[in-house]
Design a protein around this ligand. Structure first.
Ligand code: ATR
Length: 279
């Protein structure tokens, strides 16, 4: 029940209408009987600064930030978590401390850790945009052995790999163009595709990798969650590879934000069920 003690959290971005975050967080608050409510706020670019000052004045506890404000928001914050600083983007704000975090990468890491121990593993990641940045930096800060960033525009992969190396988080960071994907996957343990290929409505687009270059010992994660089973995941199933749907990253990034705001461990199963219910 909403009463005089209810704490407010929310999502700022544009658009926000299709976000699963309100459903996922409100289900979790209900389950844990926490007096919080989470709302979506569609924000125009020119109002971004006012939104942060206003939210703080209203004693709103925290915010998620989505497209297109994950980078622009940083200048209005007082503190940044070190990994968010390296990534250069924020998706979660603790308004009490005016501090920004990025839980996208940790969401991907936890999704993979749900089914394997990542220690000494080789990760191949396709794409070198915002999502790849968050995931690559987070895995570079983990126990994996090798990280290979493959991108259509190889220059972007080079730049990202260099930036990660220069950060001192990991030494074994390589890059390549799509022509090297087959070779790099042949001895890889984990493959994460961060490109939008196969996302609704383009569900029949040819996946970035097919069953000919995937193999049984590979864990295949497509961060696209709409549809739940993308063309890449279908190809992975053909070779009996273990698959991780994009929904897992979404849920785990939400769970990390939840912990930052409430201090409580999020009920992962409840969040997943709530999303599956509306999908
Ligand atoms: P996001 O924030 O979701 O990561 P982005 O920053 O636009 O989105 O990055 C999208 C990534 O997917 C890019 O690395 C892009 O490759 P380019 O740098 O070569 O443009 C990649 N991508 C998008 N469509 C692709 C396609 N059809 N084939 C291969 N890569 C694609």
């Amino acid at each position: 029940m909403i009463d005089g003690n209810t704490n407010l959290l929310g999502l700022i971005g544009n658009p926000v209408e299709h976000s699963f975050s309100p459903v996922m967080h409100n289900a979790a608050f209900k389950e844990l009987k926490l007096n919080y409510v989470y709302l979506p706020f569609k924000v125009e670019k020119e109002n971004l600064k006012n939104v942060i000052t206003g939210a703080n004045s209203l004693n709103i506890k925290g915010l998620n930030v989505t497209i297109p404000y994950k980078i622009d928001i940083i200048k209005y914050l007082d503190n940044l978590d070190p990994i968010a600083k390296l990534i250069g983007a924020v998706n979660t704000i603790d308004l009490n401390r005016m501090k920004g975090y990025n839980t996208d990468g940790i969401g991907a890491l936890k999704a993979i850790e749900e089914i394997t121990n990542i220690k000494n593993k080789k990760l191949v990641i396709t794409g070198a945009g915002g999502a790849s940045r968050a995931i690559s930096f987070q895995f570079a800060n983990s126990a994996i052995d090798e990280l290979v960033i493959i991108n259509r525009n190889e220059k972007k992969a080079v730049l990202l790999a260099k930036e990660i190396k220069n950060s001192g988080l990991h030494d074994n960071v390589k890059y390549g163009s799509l022509s090297e994907l087959k070779n790099e996957l042949s001895n890889a343990d984990i493959f994460i595709d961060t490109t939008p290929i196969g996302m609704d409505p383009n569900i029949n687009d040819e996946p970035i990798a097919n069953s000919k270059i995937l193999h049984e010992d590979l864990i295949v994660n497509d961060i696209v969650y709409n549809p739940l089973e993308t063309s890449l995941i279908k190809e992975a199933k053909k070779v009996n590879a273990k698959t991780v749907s994009g929904l897992k990253m979404l849920i785990y990034q939400g769970a990390e934000s939840f912990k930052i705001w409430t201090g409580e461990d999020a009920p992962i199963d409840i969040m997943e069920k709530a999303i599956l219910n509306i999908l």
